[in-house]
Design a protein around this ligand. Structure first.
Ligand SMILES: Cc1cc2nc3c(=O)[nH]c(=O)nc-3n(C[C@H](O)[C@H](O)[C@H](O)COP(=O)(O)OP(=O)(O)OC[C@H]3O[C@@H](n4cnc5c(N)ncnc54)[C@H](O)[C@@H]3O)c2cc1C
Length: 389
């Protein structure tokens, strides 16, 4: 692993830093889990795209800079260091785009990729169902063939779909062959959230915002042009996204490096708080995650892949995030309850704390990730009584 940056990479990071300094909003945007906040974040996506910073690692033809993985990590570091807004387009950019690149038709790539980089098409991930979260293969929503119209009829219910209340389109799995085995007979669909037969019902979150939604499908027609990958091959298509979500693409270390930097400043400004050990611990873990990411980047650049190690990353970053924010709240004491301009960071520490609590749940719960680590990395037997099979 070589950690020395080339002059070009240093220049890339400096250019990003200069642009972000000029363009990042001076005050935090309202939460993207509110209607106003969602709209403000959508505008920020357009600004990022105008500057050419929305998808640095993508090909130029789709609005990227053709940059490599190292530049992407560098950009993320600069992005979070600058305190830039959370990406409301991330479902599309991080979860859907990698599979559109891999499995999409040229026409789908043309239609959807560019539009997700500037916030003009924002996507919701419609995977979970009331009986199918950790056990995703248990999904019961159905897709029935409609030969006459050249497409499929969707029925069923999805749940916990982030920001589906305001997003434009959704992507998800449906059971297209009820006679096939659990993991077979699933098909991956793309659909507009305002299609006839779709009802989107918001669900309030812990902080009262209505960022989540249930999505009900009542005879919704989707043309063949919006099937992603081959019919019946949805599980394999979907799993190429799950690796991305848990591993590198969703949580580059920049986010945690920036949070620990803010934590250090907070501790330094409150001499009465005695959380030095916890602050140092958070800093060390963020640095460890950073170094591990650089190692992963080296591996991928040398032709390797992330694999089950993505589950280790997921457990690591999600627990680190909770610890960083719990430490911040202890330092702030009762002040952590304040909101608005009189509060430290406009009350963002408490908001970010509430969000950090969801990290061990989304992108596959940490219990499930530990199962994967146990079985695929440590070679332990599946579940059960603790004896080796
Ligand atoms: C902030 C947030 C955003 C989300 N956004 C989306 C989204 O945009 N789209 C979407 O489709 N979904 C989304 N989800 C849903 C998320 O993917 C699911 O909540 C998650 O997969 C867990 O599924 P579940 O809630 O059905 O819990 P369950 O699967 O019912 O699990 C309940 C508990 O049992 C444990 N458990 C289950 N099976 C096992 C096992 N075999 N071994 C050990 N423990 C087990 C789980 O770890 C968990 O602790 C989001 C969730 C959150 C919190």
């Amino acid at each position: 692993m070589n950690l020395d940056l080339t002059p070009e990479q240093q220049a890339f990071a400096a250019e990003a830093r200069a642009w972000l300094q000029q363009h990042v909003p001076a005050r935090p945007l309202p939460s993207m889990d509110t209607e106003d906040g969602f709209a403000a974040h959508r505008r920020w996506e357009a600004t990022l795209a105008e500057g050419g910073w929305s998808v640095v690692a993508w090909p130029e033809q789709y609005g990227g800079r053709d940059a490599g993985l190292i530049e992407w990590v560098l950009f993320e570091e600069e992005y979070y260091r600058a305190g830039a807004p959370t990406r409301v387009a991330q479902n599309g950019i991080s979860l859907l785009a990698p599979i559109l690149f891999e499995h999409g038709t040229p026409e789908q790539q043309q239609r959807y990729l560019k539009a997700m980089t500037d916030g003009s098409l924002i996507w919701a991930q419609a995977w979970s169902e009331p009986g199918a979260g950790s056990d995703l293969a248990a999904i019961r929503s159905t897709a029935r063939r409609d030969e006459e119209r050249g497409g499929w009829i969707l029925n069923g219910q999805k749940i916990w779909s982030s920001r589906a209340a305001w997003a434009d389109r959704g992507f998800g799995l449906f059971r297209s062959d009820p006679t096939a085995e659990r993991h077979r007979g699933l098909t991956y669909f793309l659909f507009p959230l305002d299609a006839e037969g779709i009802t989107v019902r918001p669900i309030a979150q812990l902080d009262g915002t209505t960022g989540f939604a249930e999505i009900f499908f009542d005879d919704v027609f989707v043309p063949d042009a919006d099937v992603l990958g081959a019919p019946g091959d949805g599980w394999r298509v979907a799993m190429s996204t799950a690796g991305n979500e848990r591993g590198l693409s969703l949580r580059a270390p920049g986010r945690f490096l920036a949070a620990t930097d803010r934590l250090i400043d907070l501790q330094a400004s409150r001499s009465e708080a005695d959380e030095t050990d916890a602050v140092v611990d958070a800093w060390i873990r963020a640095e460890a995650y950073r170094l591990y990411t650089w190692q992963t980047v080296s591996t991928v650049q040398d032709g390797g892949s992330v694999g089950a190690e993505g589950s280790m990353n997921k457990v690591f970053w999600s627990e680190l995030d909770v610890d960083i924010h719990e430490t911040a709240l202890r330092i702030l004491g009762p002040e952590a309850e304040l909101r608005g301009p009189q509060a430290e960071r406009d009350g963002r520490w408490a908001e970010d704390y509430l969000f950090s609590l969801s990290g061990p749940i989304y992108a596959g719960t940490n219990e499930i990730q530990r199962n994967i680590i146990a079985e695929r990395i440590l070679g332990l037997p599946r579940g059960g009584d603790g004896r080796r099979a």
